[in-house]
Ligand binder design. Structure first.
Ligand code: C2O
Ligand code: CU
Length: 460
């Protein structure tokens, strides 16, 4: 074990869980000492996703699954990103409320990182929780081929579970021999998106892990898929929803079924049952439950009847609803395949956000913002989905408080960075515009974003 690894373990209190972590934790750079400093690359690599077959992928540090970045709430983290792809990229830290210069959106907040270049991302995360990172360029391909990873921000005052497991969900667009299929088929883009066919958890099809009997356990479930919505259930023991999209909820509730769409996360707490039993994470479809991953419970000396530790709430700014301004956002289907552009490529526009479609940005083609907001003010967004398909709507740099869903006032509003609008769904969500800059605001079904469902707001 090298020094940086030992220091890492020394600083992490979930020590017993570490050897069981299914995916690899990124090792801090040698020279970093006590600091959270990491070296990261984007690069072409190969992976064995379908057993016995090799697939060309794009990987952070060439790895599938991507290394998990661990840092701590209120402490600085530095990530030196070197682009070894043969095309430009940028990295977005999904869900983190950090300065716009670090938000990783090409042209809007930074220059694209060209092949061979290094860009240093440096920020201090204000919130603890399960977040993730991904490029914000050529996203159908770069995310679809593997550039998706977790960034876990540990609580400023440590919360200790006996075990912690990452459950990173992705369906790869692969055939049975590990060959690539289309990442984006227009007739699907105009509907729910093009689904991948090879289901994986942490890059493995239906993996099995271990849990210690009686262990208080935190599952960090993240949907990093381009398209797929996962209705999740846990079988084999009682499970509790303890955080949504990185943000702890005040009163954890029993998990029955929870829908996570692309970009979304859910943290589940459970106490492992007796040795010999199994716990399963399942994908629910009507009456049917498909396996995603399983845990075999093994003997341990942990005491029985443990209670789950409580997660401290994140310091999301307080809403001033009395003086809030209301803004409407309507999501519609346009259904037009526009004529070929000058480069001869057909660029379909299927979706509209307040009557506007924006399918991509270039240096000299940044449209006006969807809205201009005043720094420090509270806004209530009324989100209306006038389409037959659901849309997970993500806002960069801020945390929404969801007040109403489909006309129902929530007894306990929750915090999120991605609001899931069901078909013909409606949401009322508020936030304080406390972070100056130009912030992306888009559907996280990547094909929907690429075919119109994308815009930005400006906070000044
Ligand atoms: Cu994870 Cu702009 O998105
Ligand atoms: Cu969408």
């Amino acid at each position: 074990m090298d020094i940086s690894r030992r220091q890492f373990i020394g600083r992490s209190l979930a020590v017993s869980a570490l050897p069981l972590l299914p995916s690899c934790t990124l090792v801090r750079s040698e020279s970093a000492g006590d600091q959270y400093v990491y070296d990261l690359t984007t690069e072409p690599a190969t992976a064995e996703l379908v057993p016995g077959h090799t697939t060309e992928v794009l990987g952070f540090n060439g790895q599938i699954p991507a290394p998990t970045i661990r840092c701590r709430q209120g402490e600085k983290v530095t990530i030196r990103l070197t682009n070894k792809l043969n095309e430009p990229t940028t990295i977005h830290w999904h869900g983190l409320r950090i300065p716009v210069e670090m938000d990783g959106v090409p042209f809007l907040s930074q220059r694209p990182i060209m092949p061979g270049e290094t860009f240093v991302y440096e920020f201090t995360p204000p919130d603890a929780g399960t977040f993730w990172y991904h490029p914000h360029m050529n996203s159908v391909k770069q995310l679809g081929m593997g550039l998706v990873g977790l960034i876990i921000v540990e609580e400023a005052s440590p919360v200790i579970f006996d075990e912690e497991h990452e459950v990173v969900l992705k369906h790869w667009h692969l055939d049975k021999q590990g060959g690539w299929k289309d990442l984006m088929i227009p007739r699907y883009s105009a509907r729910m998106g093009t689904p991948g066919e090879w289901a994986t958890v942490n890059g493995v099809h239906e993996p099995t892990y271990q849990l210690k009997q009686n262990a208080t356990t935190r599952l960090r479930i993240a949907n990093v898929d381009n398209t797929m919505t996962y209705p999740i259930a846990v079988e084999g023991c009682e499970a509790w929803v303890i955080a949504i999209d990185g943000n702890p909820i005040k009163t954890p509730y029993r998990l029955t079924e929870h829908k996570i769409s692309p970009g979304m996360r859910v943290d589940i707490g459970l106490v492992a049952p007796n040795a010999g039993q199994q716990v399963h994470v399942r994908f629910m479809r009507g009456k049917f439950a498909f396996p995603l991953c399983s845990f075999n419970v093994v003997a341990s000396t942990l005491p029985a009847n443990q209670t789950l530790p409580a997660l401290p709430l994140n310091p999301v700014p307080l809403l001033d609803l009395d003086n809030a301004e209301n803004l409407n956002f309507v999501f519609e289907w346009a259904g037009a395949v526009s004529p070929a552009d000058s480069d001869g490529k057909v660029k379909p526009k299927f979706w509209l956000m307040n009557k506007r479609a924006w399918e991509g940005m270039t240096k000299d083609n940044i449209p006006a913002p969807l809205s201009r907001l005043t720094l420090g003010k509270t806004y209530i967004f009324y989100l209306r989905n006038l389409t037959q398909y659901h849309h997970p709507i993500h806002l960069h740099g801020h945390t929404f408080t969801v007040l109403e869903l489909d006309g129902k006032k929530l007894a306990e509003p929750f915090h999120t960075d991605t609001v899931l609008l069901g078909r013909n769904g409606y949401a009322k969500a508020a936030f304080v515009a406390d972070n100056p800059g130009r912030w992306m605001y888009h559907c996280h079904i990547i094909e929907h974003m690429k075919t119109g469902l994308m815009g930005y707001i400006e906070v000044t």
